[in-house]
Design a protein around this ligand. Structure first.
Ligand code: NAD
Ligand code: TDX
Length: 337
């Protein structure tokens, strides 16, 4: 059995990762360690919760004592670190928790992983560490880091710390940097779920600036299949970019969502731009494609429709979140334990 600590496994990408892998790799014992912030949701893990090779522990990656206990108790030899504060707009409102979780939390994990002789430490990072592009070019693994938001700065710091632990102490670290994800279970603060839910509810769709900022989109399952490849075969000390070559200006996505839902474009509202808003991201993923034989399978035009249908068919999931009821429920449940 491989005992794998998956941090942040109750969030969007982490829960999709666990639900995808728990049956596929029965010899992977998945210990999901998550603080259950506003973004963590145990309901995401319904397909996994009764599996023998899965368990959940509520905890904060900045808590050394608890992590030390978990590493010893479960004889952790592998770490996949998804845990993070992940929303750029929130980092503009308050950066401190981003530094605490994304930087100090990652450092804490690295220290304990070093002491525990971990055999692989996979740091889940983002293309935002490279900064912003003009109309031409793509980010490669050798592009200099130039993060612009408190969020991306905290993620870049975490990347650098992780790689420094490989260089200095020989901790077997690998880093992935992925583009914007979309799909089921994404928290409704991010562009695609927010726009789908507002359109369903006939509320205004707030488009920042001129709507021409470009993101490079990847379906969450394609990202997770890439992480699986890197976890199994990625070379120690290396960085792998992950992307699906699907660049889209925000406004085109918003219009596509409205069209699919049969709603009027009058719902679009151009609002004040995000401060320091990165103009364009585009990922060159040649390295993972050639070295690890990974290719994205989903086309944006198909998977966006599947995603819209998922939100249409899972209203209860997001209604509980936007009403705040769900978070209160779990806080109460855990404080009573
Ligand atoms: P998310 O916000 O949906 O989930 C984050 C999870 O981490 C939540 O379950 C939360 O409870 C948990 N968490 C937060 N602070 C914690 C702490 N101190 N200790 C333990 N758990 C904590 O985020 P996501 O979109 O699933 O992103 C997951 C990872 O992937 C992040 O590291 C993010 O930077 C990275 N990433 C995201 C995208 C994207 O498009 N969403 C793209 C590239 C990389
Ligand atoms: O209401 C909105 N209106 C709007 O125009 C929101 C929430 C976003 N936007 C724009 C800002 C961006 O140009 O849409 C684009 C996408 O925004 P987000 O969904 O907030 O994602 P982004 O800022 O690109 O960051 C995401 O991708 C990289 C994730 O949140 C990060 O965790 C990941 O690292």
């Amino acid at each position: 059995m491989k005992n794998i600590l998956v941090t942040g496994g109750a969030g969007f990408i982490g829960s999709n990762f666990i639900n995808y892998l728990v049956d596929k790799h029965k010899d992977w014992n998945i210990i999901n360690f998550d603080k259950l912030t506003y973004a963590g949701n145990l309901e995401n893990l319904k397909p996994s919760e009764n599996k023998e090779n899965y368990c959940f522990i509520k905890g904060d990656i900045t808590n050394s004592d608890l992590l030390e206990f978990v590493f010893n108790k479960y004889e952790i030899k592998y770490v996949i670190n998804f845990a993070a504060e992940s929303h750029v707009d929130r980092s503009i409102l308050g950066a401190e928790i981003f530094v605490r979780t994304n930087v100090l939390g990652t450092l804490n994990l690295l220290e304990i992983a070093k002491r525990s002789n971990v055999e692989k430490f996979l740091q889940i990072s983002t293309d935002e560490v490279y900064g912003s592009l003009g109309t031409e070019g793509k980010f490669s693994e050798t592009t200099s880091l130039a993060p612009n938001s408190p969020y991306s700065s905290s993620k870049a710091s975490a990347d650098m710390l992780a790689l420094s632990y490989e260089h200095t102490f020989g901790l077997p670290v690998v880093v992935t940097r992925c583009s914007n994800n979309y799909g089921p279970l994404q928290f409704p603060e991010k562009l695609i779920p927010l726009m789908i839910i507002n359109a369903i509810n006939n509320k205004k769709l707030p488009v920042y600036g001129d709507g021409m900022n470009v993101r490079d989109w990847i379906y969450v399952l394609d990202h997770n299949k890439a992480i699986e490849k890197v976890f199994e075969n990625g070379k120690i000390g290396e960085v792998y970019n992950i992307g699906a070559d699907q660049e889209m200006p925000n406004i085109e996505i918003v219009k596509l969502i409205l069209k699919k839902l049969g709603k009027s474009e009058n719902l679009i509202e151009y609002v004040k731009d995000r401060p320091g808003h990165d103009r364009r991201y585009a990922i060159d993923s040649t390295k993972i494609q050639t070295e690890l034989n990974w290719t994205p399978e989903q086309k944006f035009e198909d998977a966006i429709y599947y995603t819209i249908d998922w939100y249409l068919n899972n209203k209860q999931w997001w209604e509980r979140i936007i009403s705040g009821e769900y978070q209160n429920y779990y806080e109460t449940m855990y404080s009573n334990r």
